[in-house]
Design a protein around this ligand. Structure first.
Ligand code: FES
Length: 115
């Protein structure tokens, strides 16, 4: 019997069969190109030649973007003030995106019930 370990890849997107390790690798590549760019799930999937289908994985991808970006800057000892400001803006942007996604889903469900 084997147990899942911390280093085992975890499936994040079942539509495209993408793991957390795949996503983290792409995020790090994007940060190597420009460490201050705004990374959204669509940009990550585009870099992999994929696209969101049901988009149910996007909230988890957002969490991975925030976590990986924080780890990227911590490993490079980026000036703390810049990182704090950037991470606050990044989290705010992603919270707004999550709220907009939830709103669109509610509207879609309401339209299905009505139709
Ligand atoms: S689970 Fe990722 S697009 Fe559906």
């Amino acid at each position: 019997m084997s147990c899942l370990t911390v280093s085992d890849p975890m499936l994040v997107c079942s539509c495209n069969y993408i793991t957390d390790k795949d996503i983290q690798a792409v995020i790090n590549e994007l940060l190597d190109e420009d460490c201050w760019q705004l990374i959204v799930p669509g940009k990550v999937y585009h870099a992999m030649g994929k696209r969101g289908r049901c988009c149910g994985c996007f909230p988890n991808v957002v969490d991975l973007i925030i976590k990986t970006t924080a780890e990227y800057h911590a490993a490079r000892k980026t000036e703390e003030t810049k990182v704090v400001n950037f991470m606050e803006r990044l989290k705010l942007f992603h919270e707004e995106q999550k709220a907009a996604l939830a709103e669109r889903r509610q509207a879609m469900l309401a339209a299905r019930r009505a139709g």
